[in-house]
Design a protein around this ligand. Structure first.
Ligand code: CTP
Length: 446
């Protein structure tokens, strides 16, 4: 019996896929089809797939052409599959001509003609897009535009900055179709708004965008009071709009896996979380200006608050803050949280430098995430018996904003099938912690 194997993503299954499978089947008596996992696609930079792995497998199954379906999880698996299943022929479309010649050491390699004029990429482009209007043109906004290009169905359609000169420069540099002169013009040219303006303007802009009926992705820190955060959520919920805080760490693949791994108990009961984020900043920067709600807590606290709330919850007993002040802002703050059965702490700084790592301690072992842990791509689970230690690696491509943008678009387009990576309660509590600090609650100045 002649066995043939072929691989693909098979997203939005189309005629080109069908023709390829049919041709592959005709090369032998038994066809094995390898379908990539969602994680493997993510790892090799294909993060735009519309169908999940089960839907893609179902589509291949429905053709009746596959005698066996296997899943492709990692680079190098093809050789193992060929050996494991006793494959005679590896077949793939001619767009891969030459790329898989190395497999000829293990079986015959055949490049089959590709069907012209159709591809998943093309079909994805034809689907509804989400037009994003941006407010703000600073450094994070400049990183956001190139990152958004990696997310299918995300289109930056307009931009607004009350400073017209900066607006013109930004529009030119990134070729944004509409340079809005006011918010009305911005809203008229978008379905959703990304807010990357100075922190102290987040509340007003988010409220205005939601009232205009736009979904909102707001940069961190979201707002500085729990009441304001609650009000914004209420407006969003009443209008059926998606409100998301752009806390990039929460959306990156490694952090998601760290979360589920720890919830499954690999380090036992979690007893302590400690994380640091310090970024030395020019003293004249707005980030250190008290008039603009600058300071280390304001700028960086949402990052360590994420793992603290994710792993220990939001129901802490109290917090104490210890701040090194200069010109009325905290250049550095250490915060200590008391929970009933655990303790957490973080260090944030704009004028003091620390090691930017995170440790999560449990009754059976601990997790160490090296600096910069907030751009998680690697972590270690460590035990008393070092032979049991494990290292985990993940993709974190370029600026890493594409993951939050992908979730934002998915949440808007996939009605009702969505899980928020940062819950409403977590966002409300982050705003509350900012508020406690501003109100000098348990703040000790050094
Ligand atoms: N294929 C084909 N003809 C097409 C499209 C795909 O023969 N018009 C083949 C590919 O060469 C591959 C298989 O179908 O052997 C699965 O390809 P996949 O990457 O899943 O499909 P594409 O449509 O090429 O997807 P994308 O646009 O995301 O790259």
């Amino acid at each position: 019996m002649k066995k043939v194997i072929t691989y693909g993503t098979y997203d939005l299954f189309h005629q080109g896929h069908y023709n390829l499978l049919k041709r592959a089947k005709e090369l032998g008596d038994y066809l094995i089809v390898g379908v990539t996992t969602d994680n493997f696609d993510l790892e090799r930079g294909k993060m735009n797939t519309c169908n999940n792995m089960m839907e893609r497998i179902e589509a291949v199954k429905a053709t009746g052409l596959a005698d066996q379906i296997v899943i492709e999880e990692y680079r190098g698996q093809k050789i193992e599959d060929i050996q494991k299943y006793g494959v005679d022929i590896f077949a793939i479309g001619s767009d891969w001509e030459g790329y898989f010649d190395y497999l000829s050491e293990f079986c015959q390699v055949v490049y089959l003609p590709r069907t012209q004029g159709i591809s998943s990429t093309q079909l994805r482009k034809e689907r509804t897009v989400v037009n994003i209007g941006m407010i703000g043109t600073g450094s994070i906004a400049s990183r956001f535009v190139p990152e958004s290009k990696n997310v299918n169905r995300a289109v930056i359609s307009a931009v607004y900055n009350p400073n017209i000169d900066e607006n013109i420069l930004f529009c030119h540099k990134f070729q944004i179709p509409v340079m809005a002169h006011n918010l009305e013009e911005l809203y008229a040219n978008c379905d959703a708004v990304y807010i990357a303006s100075p922190h102290y303007t987040h509340y007003e802009y988010t409220k205005s965008a939601l009232i205009a009926g736009k979904h909102v992705l707001c940069e961190t820190p979201f707002v500085f009071s729990r009441t304001q955060a609650e009000e914004l959520y209420t407006i969003a919920e009443k209008r059926g709009l998606h409100l998301q805080v752009a806390l990039k760490t929460a959306y990156c693949p490694a952090f998601g896996h760290l979360f589920s791994l720890l919830k499954s108990g690999v380090i036992g009961e979690i007893v302590e979380v400690n994380a640091s984020v310090t970024t030395l900043t020019d003293e004249n920067s707005e980030k250190l200006n008290s008039k603009f709600l600058g300071g280390s807590i304001s700028e960086n606290a949402c990052f360590p608050l994420l793992p603290i709330f994710k792993f220990l919850g939001t129901d802490f007993r109290d917090i104490h803050f210890y701040s090194k002040m200069k010109n009325d802002v905290d250049m550095f703050t250490k915060a200590v949280f008391r929970y009933d059965h655990a303790v957490a702490s973080f260090q944030v700084g704009l004028g003091v430098k620390t090691e930017g790592s995170m440790t999560i301690a449990g009754t059976k072992g601990y997790v160490y995430v090296p600096a910069p842990w907030w751009k998680t791509d690697y972590f270690e689970v460590r035990y008393e018996d070092q032979n049991k230690n494990k290292k985990y690696f993940y993709p974190y491509v370029d600026e890493g904003l594409r993951y939050e943008i992908k979730d934002f678009i998915a949440a808007i387009l996939t009605e009702g099938y969505y899980f928020n990576k940062v819950s409403k309660e977590e966002n409300l509590m982050m705003a509350q912690v900012q508020e406690m600090y501003i109100n000098n609650q348990n703040v000790y100045k050094l």
